[in-house]
Design a protein around this ligand. Structure first.
Ligand SMILES: Cc1cc2nc3c(=O)[nH]c(=O)nc-3n(C[C@H](O)[C@H](O)[C@H](O)COP(=O)(O)OP(=O)(O)OC[C@H]3O[C@@H](n4cnc5c(N)ncnc54)[C@H](O)[C@@H]3O)c2cc1C
Ligand code: SF4
Length: 485
């Protein structure tokens, strides 16, 4: 155990400061400043090394949280990264981006603020990279078996790293021009700078994973041809079909899906020239949708110097405290103030958009919004409550309906489940022998931590399929949902 009296001596949560809003809005760098080692140690020392560590169950990866809290408290950074890497291939992603269901489950959070688990995690991996402790781990021998992983988001990368280390020859196919999935194109640089992705990709390349960017499977190579060429295939293509809002005025210039907007900014940040980039500068921006994607649009619009940013959500504003029906150790739905929300703009709840309105040259100039009314469990616009909000740029961040299905069903005849995700059995295998599915493609739009957990588990299933047995860990099964989500 870390400090036996740590949780009694330090009762407050302490995180590194965020850079001042006025400063961080002038660049695209991450929001948090470098943490203080003494503070981190004190926070790790608050961990009680619980007999039943509920944080394990809260984490889809089953991260060995009390063990690395203890090691950080003892200044054993090298051992801490070994324990962390034993369950998580990419703590630099989760340590920055995860909503941390482990912290909602932390026993300390029953009557004190939770241990700053996510901060401890990111500090361990940052120290490890800085100290040269993250080295390639190439396999001792090759099996002679080949695996194609399609999609290079966290699920595909986790599956590829596990399978490469198990001795298989793995190629990752990605239709974008760069590797990384939503970590590269979608998540803004101010949440995670892309240098962290590059460091990990360098390690994977040195281990022997082959990356093939700019190859659209189903178009450039058919899915059945890919299956013929490789001994196994992992579908990790994400769930990238955006939910639309088919109301009058939807086709007006100035109304865009959030992903069109976010990806263009990622490209600009990478130094690409983006023709006719959607730019919020000087515009009244309205973001529809109250989730992560909406928050990312808000932060991006502020950095592009929007005249105003309004965020609308159709539902009720969640409470600031745990509701009674979501007691500890569940992950509660709370009113979240992310770093992007801190930076300005207004948030309105119970707002149902009914129409996009055009100016004299046919571009969007405003949206008509009504108050949301709940009728028989459905959310409908309340008659007579309509008002206008000025808008020169509207961003639709309304979630995703599932993976693209056309080629997969035409070329392989794969069935899709009732949520629109690729159907699979309890071992991540689709109805087509030797073709597996992991991450958002198989579970619907979710979280990075789940994508990594599924990538690891699908790799174990593929290894077993190819070799008859496996030593690879399998943190989650497709049907297993944690109590907290
Ligand atoms: C804007 C945004 C912000 C988010 N922020 C967070 C966050 O802060 N924290 C968090 O935990 N989660 C966040 N999420 C969710 C998280 O990013 C996803 O759950 C996660 O990336 C899913 O990983 P994946 O590997 O399954 O798929 P993805 O990351 O979606 O990667 C799939 C990849 O497959 C490629 N592909 C698709 N079809 C083909 C094909 N036919 N051939 C070749 N390649 C193909 C795609 O181009 C893509 O690169 C966010 C999501 C969005 C959209
Ligand atoms: S639940 Fe919290 S206090 Fe208990 S072991 Fe996990 S991190 Fe430590």
């Amino acid at each position: 155990m870390a400090d036996p009296k740590g949780f009694l001596k330090t009762t407050e949560r302490e995180l590194p400061p965020r850079r001042p809003v006025s400063v961080r809005l002038m660049d695209w760098k991450e929001v948090y400043e470098q943490g203080d080692a003494a503070v981190l140690k004190r926070q790790a020392g608050r961990c009680m090394d619980c007999g039943v560590p509920f944080c394990h169950q809260g984490c889809p990866l089953g991260n060995l949280i009390p063990e690395w809290n203890d090691l950080v408290w003892r200044d054993e950074g090298r051992q801490a990264i070994e324990r962390l890497h034993s369950t998580n291939n990419f703590p630099e992603f989760t340590g920055r981006l995860c909503p941390a269901p482990c912290e909602s489950s932390c026993v300390l959070s029953i009557n004190q603020p939770a241990v700053t688990i996510k901060q401890v995690e990111v500090s361990i991996i940052d120290q490890a990279f800085a100290s040269g402790w993250v080295q390639p781990q190439p396999p001792g021998r090759l099996t002679g078996k080949t695996v194609a992983v399609v999609g290079s988001g966290p699920a595909g990368l986790a599956a590829a790293q596990q399978l490469t280390r198990a001795g298989h020859t793995v190629a990752v196919f990605e239709r974008d021009d760069r590797i990384g999935g939503l970590l590269r194109y979608g998540i803004p640089d101010f949440k995670m700078e892309k240098k962290h992705l590059e460091l990990r990709l360098a390690q994977m390349t040195a281990e022997g994973t082959r990356f093939r960017a700019g190859v659209n499977i189903g178009v450039d190579i058919t899915w059945d041809a890919l299956r013929t060429r490789y001994d196994a295939v992992v579908i990790a293509t994400g769930a990238l079909v955006p939910r639309d809002l088919p109301i009058p005025g939807r086709d007006l210039p100035g109304v865009h899906f959030a992903m069109e907007y976010l990806v263009q900014q990622n490209r600009a940040g990478a130094g690409d020239t983006v023709e006719a980039q959607i730019d919020a500068a000087g515009k009244h921006v309205v973001v529809l949708g109250g989730g992560d994607t909406g928050a990312d649009c808000i932060g991006t619009a502020h950095r592009q110097l929007a005249a105003s940013v309004t965020n609308l959500a159709i539902g009720r504003q969640p409470g600031e405290d745990r509701p009674d029906h979501q007691p500890w150790p569940m992950s509660p739905t709370l009113f979240e103030v992310s770093s992007a929300h801190e930076e300005g703009g207004t948030r309105q709840f119970l707002a149902s958009t009914v129409e996009f309105l055009a100016n004299e040259v046919g571009e969007v100039r405003a949206i008509r919004v009504a108050e949301t009314e709940y009728m028989d469990g459905r959310r409908v616009p309340r008659a007579g409550s309509e008002r206008e909000i000025p808008a020169d740029l509207v961003l639709l961040a309304l979630g995703f309906t599932g993976p693209e299905s056309q080629e997969l069903s035409h070329q392989l005849g794969l069935p899709f489940d009732e949520r629109g995700a690729v159907g699979r059995d309890g071992d991540y295998q689709t109805s087509h022998e030797g073709i597996f599915v992991a991450g958002d493609a198989g579970r619907g739009q979710s979280l990075i931590v789940w994508a990594i957990a599924e990538g690891r588990a699908a790799a174990a299933a593929v290894d077993r399929f190819l070799e008859g047995d496996t030593q690879l860990p399998s943190p989650v099964t497709p049907t297993a949902r944690p109590f907290s989500l």
